[in-house]
Design a protein around this ligand. Structure first.
Ligand SMILES: [Fe+2]
Length: 263
């Protein structure tokens, strides 16, 4: 029996191109990388903003074991009942308790329990509960069942992301970021065994501005008007990471950057 778990994490699915890339390419990616478990951030899958029940169905049927989200999760109201009922569909755990849904789950993969925890940053983002305090409580709770804990920290600011990574070092298997849509080059295993990367990038079109058409994006910057961003309609790139985790200790052995252009 293998002594390690391979976890594939994919960053924010952006609109139709991102959904197409997941639908066409995720199963092959899982096979090629021999991934045992898959986490996908789906908060931008519905035309770039939010996630619909149809998106959830497609992402799970393409091979994901859990879906994380972020600040755009509230965009489509029809998702709220699913946030309550579907254990593996997460919203950041540090939203106020009155918000629908939950921020962590445990999945069973070939007899091995693996926990996922979704958190959101507060720098240049909504003023949520402290992600550090919520992480501490959640990790304490999750470690009663498993020491393999994978954290998606949906946040804007690298300082905040690195601080959380180091705060949780040795307590969780990984802390990786989503939200900026741009993959960073700082992947590493921290000194106490937590894999870290500031942002794993998006599953979306790479030719525009963070997945959107460049014309509107440039105009937005020039005019400072809240112009609606349209998603680029070109094949997406699947960006993410592959983690190798020691089953017994829950510590990460490696983190490898993935960037695969879809058809
Ligand atoms: Fe976001």
């Amino acid at each position: 029996m293998a002594e390690t778990i391979k976890a594939l994490l994919l960053g924010d699915i952006v609109g139709q191109p991102g959904c197409r890339a997941v639908f066409i390419g995720l199963k092959k990616l899982i096979k090629d990388y021999k991934a045992d478990v898959v986490l996908v951030n789906g908060e931008n899958s519905a035309d770039g903003f939010g996630i619909s029940p149809e998106n959830v169905q497609m992402i799970f049927s393409s091979g994901a074991d859990a879906i994380s989200t972020g600040n755009h999760v509230w965009q489509k109201k029809e998702i709220y009942p699913l946030l309550e009922s579907r254990a593996e569909l997460l919203r950041p755990a540090n939203y106020p308790k009155k918000a629908p849904g939950h921020g962590s789950c445990i999945v069973d993969v070939k007899g091995q329990k693996i926990a996922f925890l979704n958190l959101q940053g507060r720098v240049d983002m909504p003023n949520l509960d402290c992600p550090f305090a919520v992480a501490k409580d959640e990790v304490r709770k999750l470690r009663k069942d498993t020491n393999i804990i994978i954290v998606d920290f949906h946040a804007e600011n690298v300082e905040e992301k690195e601080a959380l990574g180091l705060y949780l070092d040795g307590q969780v298997s990984s802390v990786t970021g989503t939200h900026t849509h741009i993959q960073t080059g700082d992947e590493r295993v921290l000194s106490k065994g937590t894999a870290y990367m500031s942002d794993i990038g998006m599953t979306g079109p790479m030719t525009g501005v963070i997945g959107s058409k460049s014309e509107e994006a440039i105009q937005r910057q020039q005019t400072q008007m809240p112009l609606k961003m349209e998603i680029e309609d070109v094949p997406a790139t699947l960006n993410g990471v592959l983690l190798t985790i020691d089953k017994k200790s829950g510590k990460a052995l490696s983190i490898e950057r993935i960037s695969k252009k879809s058809l």
